[in-house]
Design a protein around this ligand. Sequence first.
Ligand code: GDD
Ligand code: MG
Length: 380
Amino acid sequence: MTLTEPTTTPKTTGPAEPAAPAEAILLVGGKGTRLRPLTVNTPKPMVPAAGVPFLTHQLARARAAGVEHIVLATSYLAEVFEPYFGDGSDLGLHLEYVTEAEPLGTGGAIRNVASRLRSGPDDPVLVFNGDILTGLDIGALLDVHRTSGADVSLHLSRVEDPRAFGLVPTDADGRVTAFLEKPQTPEEIVTDQINAGAYVFRRSVIDTIPAGRPVSVERETFPDLLAAGAHLQGMVDSTYWLDLGTPQAFVRGSADLVLGTAPSPAVPGRPGEYLVMPGAEVAPDAKLSGGTVVSPGAVVAPGARLHATAVLPGARIEADARITDSYIGPAAVIGARTTLTGVVVGDTAHIGPDNELTPGARIWCNTTLPARSIRFSSDE
Ligand code: GDD
Ligand code: MG
């Protein structure tokens, strides 16, 4: 990659002019393989969290930060986004959709939507991974970008185990010194700061990404920019941050949205222990806690106890079921007295009564699990 001219911060002499609202690119083309079965029929950003497709939270948060124009870079199951979000006017946004014929990777996807951007060469363009739940102060990231004069500014988060992420060490001034995507060896783990999946690009930098072929922004664009002497600036903070790459993370994220621990203007209700959406039916003596959501058309029968669990539209939880930290897919049925802990149940699956499923179990869409007929003496 070649960079144009080295860039410096424009020095302003008079009072700061109000900045025009930045526009944004949302990367929503990934397959979400690790999230199956949630993503068998639904692309990852459309999987509901706290009662609405996850993407709604990101769009609403961007809107709240003043962003008006967002281009969605889609690939896998692209056809479902536009019918749901349309032109974005319900959210006060102007949305555009660009679908890749073949997945172009994160950098290729950014480059592929460049023709839809309205920004001038030096204007900031926000880029968001489409699977991040965060309290990021988007305005603060834009401020860091402006004041540092960086070519690209990155939101960084600190995590205990950085191996699944892009490692981003910075110097004393917050300037990025390296970019190590998914480190393989202990020697490569040089920091606990990771790429949190939100960037501000100087628009002209986007135009330098090669067009028409797959490019990874993490493995190619960022390292090449660093090698070319570009200024990449990091903004580390300690706000809420969660990559919704696994079913358990999705369950946690949905519960945190309901609880209000994860901030989003798009949660359809007030923060609290549970959210029962219009058209859901919950027996008066059922117990809901820990950020449980019960979606429209779902039924929770008497005596059921649900903790930190998402129940999707049309699902049925039968009497005295005990469900913790789980995701119950659309129109799935959980039989009476069944206990689920840390379980993901795919669309329309049917789990018979008296079953007991332990953390990590994933029940595929349409599967039927018969009632547990053998009872053990230890059950008594
Ligand atoms: N349009 C399009 N086309 N989008 C894509 C493509 C593609 O070919 N490939 C991935 N995406 C989207 C995904 O939908 C997701 O929103 C985002 O790009 C990042 O891809 P993931 O597949 O989720 O990457 P990751 O989680 O392994 O790693 C990324 O995120 C981490 C933070 O969660 C990297 O950016 C890491 O550096 C970062 O730490
Ligand atoms: Mg991810």
